[in-house]
Design a binder for this molecule. Structure first.
Ligand SMILES: Cc1ncc(COP(=O)(O)O)c(C=O)c1O
Length: 416
């Protein structure tokens, strides 16, 4: 059976070049980067080279790059490393749990958090951030691209607000890195977190931009690694893999890969939206009728889709690879399973917390009702996706949707 993986926002495979770059650092060049002999020097040189690449990727100085274990550590470091009792923290209700749970923990230590809600489009309005600022506000944390909808947040404008008000600004760029260019200088943020496994690098390694002079306390203490900002023997092979992945990502951002990917995503989306009672979460997009644009009205009863004429400039900016679609009258989880049986891997609009399936906090924050959030699916394309992948998905989705909806109707009749 043909298998198509459309869950790139969950994780991505290593690109072969990344695997090849890493291989010697597990086998011959296995040294500890802190050792002074040749083995150690080789490892140190490799880490330094990766640091240079990451500095280019972020647009910062190499001394402002800190390697760590990934996105969760970066997000936790920003929250735990900057906030003190009595401080006020601003973040959004659509952040990853690595930020939200860290904020929850800080509540025990007397840090109050304001969660700014998105608009129904999935966009955070920078004026809502500005309005939330108080004299005690020390940190703002906003994601670059949302992991569920792909919606790109206005981080430049938020960076300006942070600069004008003297508040530290962290960006969770885990889902944005490799999909849009990063420019920490241009944005004016103090901290930014990325994770290698979301951009064709290895799992368990990531990096953080820490602007020089930002008083962030390390999460881990011990040795003097990473300029005393992150203790622990460096994951040399992982860091080399992240460096290679960042180098390849910079090429992809410049060579039209993202435009090609957006075109594939748009075709997939437009074709799926031909099915009745479907719509996109987090975007105004062109549907099967080129002269019309559809807009999501989460939670509103009545016609499933409001067809409204908008100019293209009204579209919400999104990462090129992501599409989040609701399919009324079915359970998203059942559709995920049905598609998996047909060889298509996607994610649903709900998450399992302590054994109970809860609708996605992101979609709920955007104003969807529970059943529509539960009926939503995320398609996230790898940058290596092909037309044939999209064709296969388009072949199996309508069939699976019709089948599940027919079963739901039969079940409702039996029960009713
Ligand atoms: C937006 C976002 N932030 C943080 C993380 C956590 O990253 P990691 O898996 O590297 O810990 C993820 C992973 O899904 C994510 O999507």
């Amino acid at each position: 059976m043909r298998r198509v993986y459309m869950d790139a926002n969950a994780t991505t495979p290593l690109l072969p070049e990344v695997m090849e770059a890493m291989r010697p650092y597990w086998l011959e060049h296995f040294g500890n980067a802190s050792s002074i002999h040749l083995h150690g020097q080789r490892a140190r040189t490799a880490v330094d080279q990766a640091r240079e690449t990451l500095a280019e990727f972020f647009n910062c100085h190499p001394a402002e790059v800190v390697f760590n274990s990934g996105g969760t550590e970066g997000d936790n470091t920003a929250v735990f490393g900057l906030l003190h009792p009595g401080d006020h923290f601003i973040t959004t209700s659509i952040e990853h749990s690595a930020v939200l749970q860290a904020a929850n923990r800080m509540a025990q230590y007397g840090v109050e958090t304001t969660l700014v809600a998105p608009r129904p489009t999935g966009l955070i309005d920078p004026t809502d951030i500005l309005r939330a600022i108080r004299p005690q506000t020390r940190l703002i944390s906003v994601m670059l691209a949302n992991n569920e909808t792909g919606v790109l947040q206005p981080v430049e404008q938020i960076g300006k607000i942070a600069a004008d008000t003297g508040v530290f600004f962290h960006i969770d760029a885990v889902q944005g890195a490799g999909k849009v260019s990063l420019d920490v200088r241009g944005i004016g943020c103090h901290l930014l977190s990325i994770s290698a496994h979301k951009m064709h690098g290895p799992k368990g390694v990531g990096a953080m931009f820490v602007r020089r002079g930002t008083p962030v306390e390390p999460l881990l203490v011990g040795g003097s690694h990473e300029r005393r900002q992150r203790a622990g023997t460096e994951n040399v092979a992982g860091i080399v893999g992240l460096g290679k992945a960042a180098e390849l990502a910079m090429h992809s951002l410049a060579d039209g890969t993202m435009e090609r990917l957006a075109a594939l995503r748009d075709r997939l989306e437009a074709e799926i939206l031909r099915l009745p009672a479907t719509g996109v979460n987090g975007a105004l997009i062109i549907d099967g009728h080129p002269e019309r644009l559809r807009t999501e009205r989460g939670g509103v009863e009545g016609p499933a889709v409001a067809a409204v004429a908008f100019s293209n400039s009204n579209s919400v900016p999104r990462a090129a690879n992501t599409s989040n679609i609701w399919f009324d009258n079915l359970e998203g989880e059942a559709l995920v399973i049905a598609l998996d049986l047909k060889g298509v891997a996607v994610s649903g609009g709900s998450a399992c917390h302590s054994g109970a399936t809860e609708p996605s906090h992101v979609l709920m924050a955007m104003g969807l009702d529970k059943s529509r959030a539960r009926s939503s699916l995320r398609f996230s394309l790898l940058k290596t996706a092909t037309d044939a992948d999209v064709d296969h998905v388009l072949q199996v989705v309508p069939e699976a949707v019709e089948h599940l909806r027919a079963m739901a109707t039969v079940a409702a009749g039996t029960l009713g």
